[in-house]
Design a protein around this ligand. Structure first.
Ligand code: ATP
Ligand code: MG
Length: 565
């Protein structure tokens, strides 16, 4: 399947879910009440896709004066852990929403089992001895009906007895399941006697060894919604075909008119990344990234370390809105929200990532100047700082060329350029090494040009950044590229990991920073002038992660698209 990105569609404002909520609020079945839930499984960390669901569920609850509950869908004991609970709560809070009290599907295990017995008594559920493979094979296909289980017509008494023994732990994993008795020839495969309980002799991080049977998603979800008083159960499109089942359980249990209703919306997908927890786990486990909070990961922890502000993630979610059509958004769109935020808020600093020495031969020996520099041209209240300037500087190797081509306007022999917040300098001489590489650049400065303007009005074509060698502090910078080279990893059915970018991270040690960077708080994002936005690591002082570059790649994509159409 060939995919194309969604482009710049924006749903900001209303959408079909908000319209439905508005309608329900005025004359709906819930007396104007709105209650949603965000139901993560505690088997991994939250990612940007979850952010879409969080922003929607918590967002609409706030807009409609309602409540959103954080409910952990803890129905798979083998893969779930208590440690994820706190992590998920922290991530929800970091994103800017109040997680409130945690609820758990396991809170309702006893109620669910009681309801299952009610269905058995009403002849609507039965214990099946077939194994998982047989059950799957007998479900039939889209054009062929399923085959009834030979155990489908067990008596109520037998079913109640077997179910009680399943609960009591008399059977091994997979020996028996409880199934709803609906219709093995139903057009909707989800309605062909779906499994409600499977046997798992496993330890559950909350209920310990109390339970030997665990409810499936289909059985747990709607009923948990009902117990909690959820009005609107918002889930992703793949549950579309499960909605009749969601409704069937609630109707058979007689849970009344004030019952929850499921509505589906499209999952968030982004180019150049994956969001399946299984694949993210593989990235971590096989060492393709350093961990769940590696800045290349689409996890909220990764994005936070990378320097993505929660405000930008929320603005992105609100821009893309919710719809019922699946599609992939360009990662450059998300990045443009990040860049816009930092452009407003980030302090400007100077850092040289690939340093080469520059000596100002006519600078007075032993003198240090303090150059005033603007902290943020977008925010006057950010003020100015003093940057030490002396006769020996570091500049970017790439800002100098011995034999410049026509379009290169930066430093070259005989050429005059501006040092940001400094002076105009002219290159007078170059020292090269044995292989012809530049080892030292000699310049003269014009003392009349403090601040970068010449009194005679002469113009220079370039401004470059610098750090005073004597005052520089050393550090490390992590430069990131796409984690996957393919914009749609795995879309053609291949393993997404086949398109991992082997050069997704470049570590630059020996970078030279202006001294004020030592005072940058952990986690804070600054703009390195001319280079991009960089986040100070949360643990390692003087290690910076490139959040995004300065160039608006999203604008470039849009220009290309409008030229094509
Ligand atoms: P995975 O299949 O990767 O494990 P999941 O959807 O099962 O993901 P959950 O922890 O069960 O992960 O998800 C919690 C909630 O977040 C669900 O309501 C789910 O629909 C929603 N969600 C997960 N991924 C996305 C996404 N990419 N876009 C929008 N919502 C998502
Ligand atoms: Mg899930």
């Amino acid at each position: 399947m060939k995919e194309t990105p969604i482009g710049s569609t924006s749903n900001s404002g209303s959408d079909f879910i908000r319209e439905m909520l508005a309608e329900d609020a005025s004359d709906g079945p819930y007396g104007g009440r709105v209650q949603t839930r965000f139901p993560p499984e505690p088997n991994g960390y939250l990612h940007i896709g979850h952010a879409k669901s969080i922003a929607l569920n918590f967002g609409v609850a706030a807009e409609f004066d309602g409540v959103c509950r954080l409910r952990f869908d803890d129905t798979n004991p083998e893969t779930e852990e208590a440690s994820f609970i706190e992590a998920i709560r922290q991530d929800v809070a970091w994103l800017g929403f109040e997680p409130g009290e945690s609820a758990y599907a396991s809170d309702y295990f006893a109620q669910l089992a009681q309801w299952a017995e009610q269905l058995i008594r009403n002849g609507l559920a039965y214990v099946d001895d077939q194994d998982a493979e047989t059950i799957s094979a007998n479900r039939g296909g889209f054009t062929t009906p399923g085959v009834n289980s030979p155990y489908r017509d067990r008596t109520v008494e037998e079913n109640l007895d077997l179910f009680a023994r399943m609960r009591a732990g008399e059977f091994a994993d997979g020996e028996k399941v409880l199934r709803a008795k609906i219709d093995m020839a139903h057009d909707n495969m989800a309605m062909r006697d779906p499994v409600m309980y499977r046997i798992r002799n496993a330890h559950h991080f909350r209920t310990g060894n109390e339970w030997k049977i665990y409810p499936t998603y289909d059985w747990a979800h709607g009923q948990s919604d009902a117990v909690e008083g959820t009005t609107h159960s918002l889930c992703t499109l793949e549950f579309d075909t499960h909605r009749p089942l969601y409704d069937w359980f609630i109707e058979q249990l007689g849970l009344g008119n004030d019952r929850p209703r499921q509505t589906e919306f499209a999952r968030l997908k982004l180019t150049h990344t994956v969001m399946s927890k299984r694949k993210l786990l593989e990235l971590v486990r096989d060492g393709h990234v350093d961990g769940w909070d590696d800045p290349r990961m689409p996890t909220l922890r990764g994005l936070r370390r990378r320097g993505y502000p929660p405000e930008a993630i929320r603005a992105f979610c609100s821009h893309i809105g919710v719809a019922r059509v699946n599609g992939t958004h360009e990662i450059e769109l998300l990045e443009s929200f990040v860049r816009t935020h930092h452009n407003q808020h980030a302090l400007r600093r100077m850092a040289v990532l690939d340093p080469v020495e520059l000596v100002i031969d006519n600078w007075p020996e032993g003198v240090t100047d303090e150059r005033p520099a603007i902290n943020n041209p977008e925010d006057e209240s950010a003020g100015t700082r003093k940057v030490p300037f002396s006769g020996k500087l570091w500049i970017e190797r790439g800002d100098f060329m011995l034999n410049p081509p026509k379009k290169f306007f930066r430093l070259a022999p005989g050429r005059e350029v501006r040092l940001r917040a400094g002076y105009l300098i002219t290159c007078t001489d170059v020292e090269t090494g044995a292989d012809g590489e530049v080892v030292r650049i000699h310049c003269d400065y014009d003392p009349e040009t403090a601040g970068g303007q010449a009194p005679d009005g002469r113009k220079v074509k370039a401004t470059i950044h610098w750090v005073s060698a004597q005052h520089a502090i050393g550090g490390t910078v992590m430069l990131y590229d796409r984690l996957f080279t393919d914009p749609f990893p795995g879309a053609d059915g291949s393993d997404p990991l086949a398109s991992l970018n082997p050069a997704s991270r470049e570590v630059r040690t020996g970078c030279k920073f202006e001294p004020s960077l030592a005072e940058t708080p952990a986690g804070q994002v600054v703009q390195f002038e001319r280079l991009g936005y960089f986040a100070h690591d949360q643990q390692d002082p003087l290690t910076f992660h490139r959040t995004v570059g300065l160039r608006d790649e999203w604008a470039a994509i849009q220009r290309r698209q409008s030229q094509q159409s």
